[in-house]
Design a binder for this molecule. Structure first.
Ligand SMILES: C[S@@+](CC[C@H](N)C(=O)[O-])C[C@H]1O[C@@H](n2cnc3c(N)ncnc32)[C@H](O)[C@@H]1O
Length: 269
């Protein structure tokens, strides 16, 4: 299972749901029992609780992350073997979970089992991420690293744009998908997270952490070293521009909000 730090989750989700219009198909104001699967630190759980009077249950396979999620109830468990009875919820939802699972269809089928009404997901397509930066080398380097990572990673991190097909494969009906762009900007004055991210770039941390995946994506050990050196050099320029308060960065991560309805068992005869 891919692990995430709470700092990473809080940082990457910051400001994500300032505009909540893309969540309208979840009909949150009419729900009575919601399950947030793969809740992490509860970044989506908080939004669900703010938008609904429902009982909201947070679930994750990572005990430490789950402990940080504020919810009406918490459950430790696996998304593909949910510890709940059939029809226990009227909405089962996840955010950035399916892209991390080897068998996302098995999870969606399990969501459909425990939901009596709606199933939803909020999943990115990481092949569509766009970066703009005042450091000229940053956007092309980020694209090179991202494309190689996508080629080497063992789960489908581009799944968002195709999640509607997955819902149809799980026999959900009335499937609806809408694209939601999460824009993240860095500009002066820089907060702690931005300063830490710049230091990590100068240290080449991301390339070091992703080396096995980059190798699987087709880079030789020498090519990874070259990428790491270019990345560090780019990071030092970022740190330099931050010192002069001229560094600016904008990243757009496209998420897809997909909703489907559980087919009724009634035959009508
Ligand atoms: C990218 S994080 C997303 C967290 C949160 N939904 C958010 O958007 O901030 C993916 C989460 O899925 C959890 N996870 C991964 N595999 C899982 C599984 N098989 N069952 C339940 N949770 C899982 C991870 O522990 C992590 O918290």
């Amino acid at each position: 299972m891919r692990r995430f730090s709470s700092d990473y989750l809080r940082d990457t989700r910051r400001g994500m749901w300032e505009d909540r219009s893309a969540l309208a198909p979840l009909a949150l104001d009419s729900r009575s029992r919601i399950l947030d699967v793969g809740c992490g630190t509860g970044e989506l759980t908080r939004v669900l609780r703010e938008e609904s009077d429902a009982e909201v249950v947070a679930m994750d396979a990572d005990r430490a992350l789950l402990a940080e999620a504020e919810a009406d109830a918490r459950a430790l468990g696996d998304a593909t073997r949910l510890p709940f009875a059939d029809d226990a919820f009227d909405l089962v939802v996840c955010q950035a979970l399916l892209i991390n699972l080897p068998d996302p269809l098995a999870a969606v089928e399990e969501f459909a089992r425990v939901s009596a009404d709606l199933v939803a997901c909020v999943e990115p397509d990481n092949s569509e991420v766009v970066v703009e930066s005042s450091v000229a080398a940053e956007a092309p380097l980020a694209k090179r690293a991202r494309d190689t990572y996508i080629a080497g990673v063992e789960t489908d991190v581009t799944l968002g744009s195709g999640a509607a097909d997955l819902f149809a494969d799980a026999d959900l009906t009335g499937v609806e998908s809408r694209r939601y762009e999460h824009e993240r900007t860095v500009a002066p004055p820089y907060d702690e997270a931005a300063l830490a991210a710049a230091k990590a770039k100068a240290a080449g941390t991301r390339i070091v952490e992703q080396t096995p995946t980059l190798r699987r994506g087709g880079l030789s050990a020498t090519a990874v070293d070259e990428l790491k050196n270019e990345w560090r050099s780019m990071g030092r320029t970022v740190v330099g521009q931050m010192g002069e308060r001229t560094y600016e960065r904008r990243a757009v991560v496209p998420f897809y909000v997909v909703v489907g309805r559980v087919a009724s068992d009634e035959t009508g005869d």
